[in-house]
Design a protein around this ligand. Structure first.
Ligand SMILES: O=P(O)(O)OC[C@H]1O[C@H](OP(=O)(O)OP(=O)(O)O)[C@H](O)[C@@H]1O
Ligand SMILES: Nc1nc2[nH]cnc2c(=O)[nH]1
Ligand SMILES: [Mg+2]
Length: 167
């Protein structure tokens, strides 16, 4: 599945695994609060944000709406579509949640809006890791994390078919 962006491994995550990993992140964040509220980075941050908000009993939820990738291709820049009122106090006391950090360009753009907030992602790759404060699971830079909402059930290839396609 090599892509032009250099992804050649797939890390599929099920709904159960995502729920478990987001709850593990919430356990870590529980000692770092209390937080005034949570800012989810759309769209990928929305599902982990719902799980974490439930665990930390946060009811004040806002979004930063942005778009960086089109499927597996990174765009030329991060498109910021909507900011948040949390910018008024530079994000102080707020928790930012995204599903993952890859190169870190999205995290840097959102941090520029909310420099005092705590930035948490469920998954992290090495290039983006320094741009977040908390994460749970690290995968290698050449791995594409395949979320449950991007998956569909299909008939799996046999090992013989897979080996044939490599020859
Ligand atoms: O560290 P980076 O290289 O910036 O990549 C990480 C960002 O890429 C994905 O978002 P995407 O732009 O694909 O939009 P989506 O959340 O709507 O899927 C992911 O949800 C992160 O927000
Ligand atoms: N789903 C998904 N989106 C991404 N955006 C940047 N990297 C990734 C990734 O590994 N998986
Ligand atoms: Mg995203």
């Amino acid at each position: 599945m090599a892509s032009s962006a250099g992804y050649n491994k797939m890390f599929p995550v099920s709904w159960t695994e995502l729920h478990r990993d987001a709850r593990a992140l919430a356990w870590r964040l529980a000692d770092l609060g209390p937080f005034k509220g949570l800012v989810a980075i759309t769209r990928g941050g929305l599902v982990p944000a719902a799980i974490i908000a439930r665990e930390l009993n946060l009811r004040l939820i806002d979004t930063v709406c942005c778009s960086t990738y089109d499927r597996m291709e990174r765009g030329a820049k991060v498109e910021l579509l909507k900011g948040t009122s949390a910018e008024n106090d530079k994000g102080e006391g707020w928790l930012i949640v995204d599903d993952l950090v890859d190169t870190g360009v999205t995290a840097r753009a959102v941090r520029a809006l909310l420099p005092k907030a705590h930035f948490a992602t469920v998954y992290a790759k090495p290039a983006g890791r320094p741009t977040v404060d908390s994460y749970i699971t690290e995968v290698s830079q050449d791995t594409w994390i395949l979320f449950p909402w991007d998956q569909e059930a299909v008939m799996a290839k046999t090992i013989i078919e897979l080996k044939g396609s490599q020859q």
